[in-house]
Design a protein around this ligand. Structure first.
Ligand code: CLF
Ligand code: SF4
Length: 526
């Protein structure tokens, strides 16, 4: 039996992200580890020193595993920026958009702290506060550090995080350390200033606007210096890069090497989101974003360098909740004003202790399932993708009709790994299934062999079967990895027993027309 050669629509959700994310800026508003395959993140305490694990274990962006359990929030206290990126237009401001640079309400530091305490009192799994725009955190240092200072005093258990384009970074490293900001994201799209001229029309430097190669050279030097200084001070640094086809796609391997050399903990390569209606330079000039396959290819080419993050959701500057969900509408200023806020540290700790017990149980179940999978000799070379309906917590616990984002896992006899996410529109429209929605859902997961759900109706069940995707609802409430491996073992046995023949979903995807660009992804999945 030939091993599956599925088409790598790994950035599953990347694709999904594009469905809803207009315009384009790098993730984390402006948007380490040693040479591991992915997500410094799927790694556990055995893969890194204890003090590093302590910093990443409940950070949803720095740990892929943590992102199933812990939430982050952003406060939009940083409206200004000191450079111009061709993929950014901060004028766009809409509560229905989910992309970096978008925020419904810009906040003062006092308003931001009030909001954080309100969220923390209602979402005890919110462990990280990020300043991620809508401009650049360090182009607004007074507001950014005042917010962080107050939070450090009033909510000492919340990890502090910020993102920056890096231009001002070297000047603020002391302040970053003083405020115990353990995680900094720098958006680095190039290490060659000539390439930089295609991305940055100008920077504002020493009270002047600087353009051309001089601007890109200054930005590059400041980014590298900032990264080195943070590394020397033990701050975990993630580098975000926006993949811009024809501009830096061939160049990001070099970026990966250079940032790894300087101690970057993670490298997050994200797709350019480029729509004319967002009014960005790239959007207006027709610069396209990458296809899912192109994105995956660049990420794979970077494997062996700085560890890769693959679960980024390209968040809003005021995002609240687990990655992939946005609860910011629940915490608008007027609603926060009406809330009774009780910041109960003990309650938060008790909740997080329960999460840790759950994670330990999940790890144990995964190891046991892997051991069972290794013991089965049937079709050992097989590798498949599964779509999972989950509301979080690392369990199969969502109804098919309620899914807005499928999580995608790659499963083999030796591995079960989160590889991305795909956003879809709800099939269920309040009591009835919207059959018009179904084809787009099927297309979004058509390279998967099965979809694990808590529940599914008769109609979508039949449609999935006809599309060659097995609907599976017998694992409701189980840990995802355990369920995925159990289904996989059963699938292998069925093949070995001649009950079914293995379908190469990769080929099927190609036949049906894999997404060829992020724009196609939008069109096909919308
Ligand atoms: Fe925010 Fe960024 Fe901190 Fe995370 S987001 S400042 S590191 S807390 Fe995370 Fe959002 Fe991707 Fe950023 S998913 S855009 S990587
Ligand atoms: Fe926009 Fe500034 Fe961030 Fe570039 S660095 S994406 S211009 S906010």
């Amino acid at each position: 039996m030939q091993a599956t050669t599925y088409v790598s629509i790994c950035l599953v959700k990347t694709l999904g992200a594009t469905l809803d994310l207009p315009a384009s800026r790098s993730g984390c508003s402006t948007q380490g580890g040693e040479g591991k395959a992915s997500c410094g993140s799927s790694d556990g305490p055995g893969d890194m020193p204890a003090h590093i694990w302590d910093k990443v274990k409940d950070h949803p962006c720095y740990s892929e595993e943590a992102h199933h359990h812990y939430a982050r929030m952003h406060v939009a206290v940083a409206p200004a920026c000191n450079i111009q990126c061709n993929y950014c237009n901060r004028k766009y401001d809409c509560s229905n958009e989910s992309r970096p640079g978008v925020a419904s309400q810009k906040l003062t530091p006092e308003q931001a702290v009030k909001k954080v305490l309100a969220v923390a009192s209602r979402i005890p799994q919110m462990t990280v506060l990020g300043v991620a725009g809508p401009g650049d955190a360090l182009a607004n240092p007074t507001k950014t550090f005042e917010t962080l200072r107050m939070l450090q005093e009033q909510a000492p258990d919340i990890k502090l995080c910020l993102s920056t384009n890096g231009l001002a970074l070297p000047d603020w490293v002391d302040e970053i350390c003083k405020h115990k900001v353990d995680h900094v994201t720098i958006t680095i799209n190039m290490v060659d200033p000539l390439i930089g001229t295609k991305i940055y029309p100008w920077i504002f430097w020493k009270h002047q606007r600087v353009t051309g190669v001089a601007a890109a050279e200054i930005l590059h030097q400041r980014q590298m210096l900032g990264l080195e200084l943070l590394t020397a001070r033990g701050v975990l640094t993630k580098v975000n890069s926006v993949l811009i086809p024809g501009v830096n796609d061939q160049h990001l391997m070099e970026v990966n090497r250079e940032v790894k050399k300087r101690g970057a903990f993670l490298h997050n390569i994200m797709p350019l989101i480029s729509e004319a209606e967002h009014g960005t330079v790239f959007g207006l000039t027709g610069q396209r974003g990458p296809s899912a396959t192109e994105l995956k290819a660049v990420q794979d080419a970077c494997m062996g360098g700085a560890s890769l993050m693959r679960h980024c959701r390209q968040c809003r500057a005021d995002a609240v909740g687990l990655l992939g969900e946005d609860r910011s509408e629940e915490f608008t200023l007027d609603k926060v004003d009406q809330m009774e806020v009780v910041y109960d540290l003990e309650r938060r700790r008790a909740y997080q202790n329960r999460v840790e017990l759950e994670r330990a149980a999940q790890q144990k179940a995964k190891q046991q399932a892997l051991a069972a999978a290794a013991a089965i000799k049937a079709v050992p070379e097989l590798k498949v993708l599964l779509a999972v309906a989950t509301k979080g917590g690392g369990r199969v616990n969502q109804h098919f009709g309620h899914v807005s984002e499928f999580q995608i896992f790659e499963v083999s006899a030796t591995k079960v790994q989160f590889v991305g996410h795909r956003r879809v529109d709800h099939y269920c429209q309040g009591g009835y299934g919207d059959d018009d929605q179904l084809p787009s859902v099927l297309r979004a997961i058509n390279d998967c062999h099965a979809v694990l759900v808590a529940k599914i109706g008769a109609c979508p069940r039949d449609e999935l079967r006809q599309a060659g995707i097995e609907p599976v609802d017998r694992y409701v409430g189980q840990f995802i990895e355990q369920a995925a491996l159990d289904w996989f073992n059963d699938y292998r046995q069925r093949i070995a027993n001649g009950v079914i023949s293995h379908q190469d979903r990769g080929d099927a995807t190609i036949r049906q027309g894999a997404f060829t660009s992020m724009a196609d992804g939008i069109a096909q999945a919308a």
